[in-house]
Design a protein around this ligand. Structure first.
Ligand code: ITT
Length: 188
C-alpha cells in the first residue's frame, strides 16, 4: 500500500519508511512542489492543513505529521514554532538554553500529531505520539537533528542525539504516533 507523506522533507520520508519496514506500507513524496502555509494554532491543526493540501493533488491515502518540542516551564514553547525558533539549528538550541537559564523544572516533551486522509478525502485517523524527557544544561551527541542534542530521555542521562537512529526510532514521538497509524491501517 502506497501512502503520500505530506512533506517536502526527503529525510522524513526515509525515516518513516525505515520505521515501518516489513508492514507492506510505503510512503512516497507528494508530486510537484509542496509548501502549504502552516498557520494553525496546534500541531493537530497544522498536520490537518498539510494532509488536506497534499490530498487535493494525490486523491489517495495521505498522511501528514507536525511535530515539535514543548517545554513545561516555557508554557509549551517552542511548540508549533519549533522549526522557526531561530535562524539555524544551533541558534535554536542556544535560544532554548538561554531561556532555560536558572530554571529548575526542565521537563519537556517531543510531540508529533499525525493526520491520515483516505482516498475519499475524509479524515480516517488523527492521533498524537509523545516522548517525555527534559532539557539538558548543555548539548551532547552527534546523531539525529533539531533539538535532539538537548533532549534528555526520561529516566536516563542520555540525550536523543546520543542514540543510534534505530534506538531513537523505537521511542520517538514520531514512531509512537506512526504505530497508531500502522495499527489502524492493518484492517485494510
Ligand atoms: P514538514 O513540515 O515539511 O513536514 P519540518 O521539517 O518543518 O517538515 P516539522 O514541522 O514536523 O517538520 O518539525 C518541526 C521542528 O520540530 C523541526 O524542525 C525540529 O526543530 C523539531 N523536531 C521535530 N521532530 C524532532 C526530532 O525527532 N528531534 C529533534 N527535533 C525535532
Amino acid at each position: 500500500m502506497k501512502i503520500v507523506l505530506a512533506t517536502s522533507n526527503k529525510h522524513k520520508v526515509q525515516e518513516i519508511n525505515d520505521m515501518i519496514s516489513g508492514t507492506g506500507i510505503e510512503f512516497i513524496l507528494p508530486s510537484g512542489d509542496f509548501d502549504p502555509v502552516e498557520d494553525g494554532e496546534t500541531f493537530e491543526d497544522n498536520s490537518l492543513i498539510k494532509a488536506k493540501e497534499a490530498w487535493k493533488v494525490s486523491k489517495t491515502w495521505t498522511l501528514a505529521d507536525d511535530s515539535g518540542l514543548c517545554i513545561k516551564a516555557l508554557d509549551g514553547r517552542p511548540g508549533i514554532h519549533s522549526a522557526r525558533y531561530a535562524e539555524t539549528p544551533a541558534k535554536r538550541i542556544e535560544r532554548v538554553l538561554n531561556e532555560m537559564k536558572g530554571i529548575e523544572n526542565r521537563e519537556a516533551q517531543f510531540v508529533c500529531a499525525m493526520t491520515l486522509i483516505n482516498p475519499n478525502g475524509e479524515v480516517e485517523l488523527a492521533c498524537r505520539g509523545v516522548c517525555d524527557g527534559s532539557i539538558s544544561e548543555t548539548p551532547r551527541g552527534e546523531n539525529g537533528f533539531g533539538y535532539d542534542p538537548i533532549f534528555l530521555i526520561k529516566g536516563t542521562n542520555t540525550t536523543m542525539a546520543e542514540l543510534s537512529e534505530e534506538e531513537k526510532n523505537k521511542i520517538s514521538h514520531r514512531s509512537n504516533a506512526l504505530r497508531k497509524v500502522v495499527e489502524h491501517l492493518s484492517k485494510y
